[in-house]
Design a protein around this ligand. Structure first.
Ligand SMILES: N[C@@H](CCC(=O)N[C@@H](CS)C(=O)NCC(=O)O)C(=O)O
Length: 279
């Protein structure tokens, strides 16, 4: 499980690095970014995984969100994986919302996607092992968050794996892919028409099945152009209410779907995860 260092740069006293490794989950090379605060040189630290949205790689969050300052302040290692497998021979589509950059953090069952699109296994099984072998991470204190398609990934993967991810938040998540155009297109292609498997990858359906024992923080821009068609936060609010899950949904007046929105609230999310992971 060797990793190759693509870059390492000092940042807020710590190290912002980018790494590549051969993934057994996806059967491709995968790149990911890790920010280690200075104190990681002395002791294992809690980890926050950030899953990015459609069209992104590790780079969007790492260069635009401004997370490093707050991760350094709160002593949290922040990890940003890619959003899909990539490379020659990996199935793709011309549209931005399918194929490369749009893996939806699930294990595809349908051709031509099933061979490489195994992002659920990658994030839940392989990435934690890669982190444990190469970085001073305390995996007993790992949280997850994400944006849009990555918010969907954070919600679904945490709800299915509460022993792995202890804390959960999201920025403008797709909360019910089974009920919005982005999700329906992805699920039809990756999972086919077996609706049972759709529910296993839909945060609102999952929370009604499994609940969530902690609390959940969601920030959502009120001026997000995808709010009414794709994101549908009310569906998740109602599912959490039915299951008595402690959800805080903050509708942020005037904010859109961009990284300017994420940069505005990333401090809150890092502080929120750090407080719970260090309690
Ligand atoms: N119109 C956008 C739709 C996709 C989009 O808004 N992607 C969001 C995540 S769902 C994003 O973070 N884009 C990259 C960025 O802003 O850096 C595009 O084609 O890039």
């Amino acid at each position: 499980m060797t990793i190759e260092t693509l870059s390492e740069q000092k940042c807020f006293g710590g190290i912002q690095g980018v790494y590549r490794h051969q993934s057994s989950s996806t059967g491709t090379d995968m790149e990911f970014a890790v920010f280690q605060p200075a104190e990681a040189a002395k002791k294992p630290l809690p980890v926050l995984v950030f899953l990015s949205g459609l069209t992104c790689t590790w780079e969007n969050f790492t260069t635009k969100a401004g997370a490093q300052r707050y991760a350094a302040e709160h002593g949290v290692i922040v990890v940003a994986p890619d959003t899909s497998p990539r490379g020659e021979g990996v199935a793709d589509d011309q549209a931005y919302d399918l194929g490369k950059g749009a893996g939806f953090y699930l294990n595809a069952t349908e051709d031509p996607w099933a061979k490489h699109y195994r992002m659920e296994d990658y994030v839940v099984k392989e990435l934690p092992a890669v982190l444990a072998n190469n970085f001073p991470v305390d995996l007993d204190r790992m949280g997850i968050t994400g944006h849009s398609m990555g918010g969907h990934g954070a919600l679904t993967l945490a709800i299915k794996n509460p022993d792995l991810f202890k804390t959960l938040s999201a920025f403008a998540p797709i909360v019910s892919p089974a009920n919005c155009p982005w999700g329906q297109k992805a699920f039809n292609n990756y999972l086919g028409d077996n609706i049972a498997t759709w529910g296993q990858n839909d945060a609102s359906a999952l929370v009604e099945t499994f609940g969530w024992s902690g609390d959940i923080l969601i920030d959502q821009g009120a001026s997000d152009t995808f709010l009414e068609t794709e994101l549908l936060p009310d569906v998740f609010v109602r599912a959490c209410e039915r299951k008595s899950v402690a959800l805080t949904l903050r509708m942020q007046e005037g904010y859109d779907h961009s990284y300017y929105f994420i940069a505005s609230f990333i401090e809150d999310h890092i502080a929120w995860h750090a407080k719970r992971l260090k309690a």
